[in-house]
Structures are given as C-alpha cells and as structure tokens.
Ligand binder design. Structure first.
Ligand code: ADP
Ligand code: MG
Length: 250
C-alpha cells in the first residue's frame, strides 16, 4: 500500500464497506473518508449503521467486505499490526466507559503506562495537561461516580487524548447527558477541532455539525445518502431521504 505524502493521505478511507450481522446486512456499500485535520459529522436515523461504521474504522467490528485505510494502512489486511494502528485512534462513546474503581488520574494514566510504556511521572504530566484542556484540572483524585455525566465525558475525552491519537472518533458523545451538561462537552470538542484534530463525530447536535463540521454525511439504510458542506446539506438537502430526516430533527 502506498503511503503517499502526509497531507494527501486521508486519515480514514473506507471503500465499499459491507457489514452483516447474520442475515442482516447493516452496511451495504459505504464509501467514506475523513481527511487529515477534517471534522466530519455523521447523522442519520437510529439503526442506519452509524455506530457500526465507526466501530469498523477501529475494527471493533469485523467488516464483512471492503477496505478500510487508516493513514494509508489497510486495517483489513491480516498482516497489519492492528494494535499499532489502534493507538492512533481515540474513541469516545455515548456511555463514558471510565473505570469506576479508579481515580480520574489513574483512568488517564493506565493505558499510557501499559500501552505507551510511559513512566508514572510522564503519564501524570500528560494526564494533567489534558485535564486542564477539558476543564477538569484539580479533579485528579475524584472517582467517576462523584462526577456529573458531562464531567465524566470530558474525562473520557482527556483519557483518549492522553494517548496522543492522530484522530478522534465520537459516537453520540452527548446523547446520554442531561441537556444542561451537553454544552461543556461540545465546547471541548470545538476546541479540539479548532486545534486541528481530525474528527469523525456521530451526533444529533445539528448546531455543532453546522458550526464546527467541515463536512456533513447523512447515512440511511447502511449507505451514505448525501454529504457536503454542513450549511448546504442542512439548509438545502438534495435527497428525499435527507429532507425527510431533517424535517423530523430540525
Ligand atoms: P445507528 O448507530 O445508526 O443507530 P447501528 O450501527 O447501531 O445504527 O445499528 C445498525 C443495525 O445493526 C441495527 O439494525 C442494529 O440492530 C444492528 N446491529 C448493530 N450491532 C449489532 C450486533 N452486534 N449484532 C447484531 N446486530 C447489530
Ligand atoms: Mg449508534
């Protein structure tokens, strides 16, 4: 596989991706890419395959067929060192998935030490820097249950960032939050985007998609139905299915 020059190689390139669960084909030929430094928001009805696509990008799901290139490396190739590729991809889920029995600081240092082999001091320094970034400095010794959902999600983002990923995938990161806690999480994501982080964001937050997204992708029935500039797609959708979906959520 050609590596190409750093900036011309997409961060994520998905070609003709199919994924079935038993007889249920949920991705029916997805072509999708995220360029380096790009923020791509993915919207679509429940069950349209958004999470499955995101999970395939990290091979949390095994694709049935098709190709997935991460920075030019084919992760569907059995020869590929999947663990190495995964360290470049940070993922944040709807449920924050923090380790409940560990303090915030330990949540942020554990994988750094185990996977990156960092010393305790180095891992803690990186952790503190990222806690600062998400507005959670000073909460190092708290346990997840002592924090609000929005705070836990910001910790989960800081934990992912502490692995120095090249790109971040978000799967409905604010959907489990009380409405008043959504803004703080989106603000952290907006800061990341402004710093040039490559991001794939599955979301129902149309305001975020419009203001922060470089491109908006609408999925339905396991395919990409329409994509383009978020303002264009949201204000002037070309496809009937996109119009139908937007009329329900906007
Ligand atoms: P979305 O994130 O857009 O709501 P999903 O990707 O979660 O959609 O799901 C797409 C379809 O795949 C749904 O019909 C769902 O039931 C099915 N599906 C997802 N994960 C699994 C799984 N692990 N086993 C079987 N079916 C699944
Ligand atoms: Mg989903």
């Amino acid at each position: 596989m050609s590596i190409g020059t750093a900036n011309s190689t997409p961060a994520i390139a998905v070609r003709d991706l199919h994924k079935s669960f038993g007889k249920n084909e949920v991705l029916t030929g997805i072509d999708f890419h995220v360029d380096q430094g790009e923020v791509v928001c993915v919207i679509g009805p429940s069950g349209s395959g958004k999470s499955t696509l995101l999970r395939c990008v990290n091979r949390l799901e095994e694709p049935t067929s098709g190709t997935i290139l991460i920075e030019g490396v084919d992760i569907t190739d059995p020869e590929t060192d999947l663990a190495a590729v995964r360290t470049r991809i940070g993922i944040v889920f709807q449920q924050f998935n923090l380790f409940p029995h560990l303090t915030v600081l330990r949540n942020l240092t554990l994988a750094q030490r185990r996977v990156k082999g960092r010393s305790k001091a180095e891992a803690e320094e990186v952790a503190r820097r990222n806690l600062e970034k998400v507005g959670m400095a000073g909460r190092e010794s708290a346990y997840p249950a002592q924090l609000s959902g929005g705070q836990q999600q910001r910790i989960a983002i800081a934990r992912a960032l502490s692995m120095d990923p090249d790109m971040m995938l978000f799967d409905e990161p604010t959907s489990a939050l009380d409405p008043e806690l959504v803004g703080d999480v989106l603000e952290v994501m907006r800061t990341l985007a402004n710093e040039g982080m490559t991001m794939m964001v599955v979301t129902h937050e149309m305001g975020f998609a419009r203001e922060v997204g470089d491109r908006l992708v609408f999925m339905d029935g396991g395919v990409v139905v329409e994509q383009g500039d978020p303002v264009e797609v949201l204000s002037n959708p070309q496809e009937t299915r996109t119009r139908g979906f937007l009329s329900k959520v906007l």
